[in-house]
Design a protein around this ligand. Structure first.
Ligand SMILES: [Fe+2]
Ligand SMILES: [Fe+2]
Length: 208
């Protein structure tokens, strides 16, 4: 069980995730690149895609927190905390880019956060191997999703692309950490259910 101090830290992290006040430890990728002349459509689309990614990172914070709170294994909790730290960079980078593109973060972030926290707690209670399996599958799905954004974003928008590219590298790293720690392969129906849940979140947060 976490101590009261740790609980306060986790609570604070959750609030910062929801309200877009996360700080990045690493510089924003592509920060030195010039801003491109984007058409209104490209700019709107990029802002909406980054809103989806920001929302995904809010969910990642909640999932990791839920999983860490529910797990008794200190190694696993440390790995989750390390990954969550990188996800906080992703939160800060995406929020910043949304602002540069003239967009806004999802109004439903508190709702996504709460749902993901509940899912994380369930995964955490399922035992370490399943917990890690869930983490690995999540990261794989996010990686594929980010590749989809790279295929869709205009080549001109190098600042957005640089962020998405670094996030994709980080997510792949989180997946391989989970594999090294002993992730179990999830049953196909679970993977499909996760994809469906992600589809709902990405479709809604593209708009709201
Ligand atoms: Fe991330
Ligand atoms: Fe990740």
């Amino acid at each position: 069980m976490l101590s009261p101090d740790q609980l306060i830290v986790e609570f604070d992290r959750g609030l910062r995730a929801i309200f877009g006040a996360s700080q990045s430890a690493r510089p924003t990728p592509g920060d030195n690149l010039p801003e491109a002349e984007l058409s209104d459509d490209d700019r709107r689309d990029a802002a909406a895609l980054m809103r989806v990614n920001h929302c995904g990172e809010v969910c990642a914070q909640a999932l990791y927190q839920g999983q860490a709170l529910a797990s008794e294994n200190p190694d696993l909790r440390r790995a989750l905390a390390d990954a969550a730290r990188e996800e906080e960079d992703h939160l800060a980078w995406t929020a910043r880019r949304i602002g540069e593109l003239g967009g806004r973060t999802s109004l439903l972030n508190p709702l996504w956060y709460t749902g993901a926290l509940a899912i994380g707690l369930v995964a955490g209670k399922a035992g370490d191997a399943w917990n890690l399996g869930f983490l690995k599958e999540t990261e794989h799905q996010v990686e594929a999703h980010l590749q989809g954004h790279l295929d869709r974003l205009t080549a001109k928008d190098r600042r957005t692309r640089a962020i998405v590219e670094q996030m994709k590298v980080d997510e792949a790293g989180h997946a391989s950490t989970a594999a090294q720690l002993g992730a179990r392969e999830l049953p196909l129906p679970v993977k499909v259910a996760m994809k469906l849940a992600a589809k709902v979140m990405t479709t809604v947060s593209y708009r709201v």
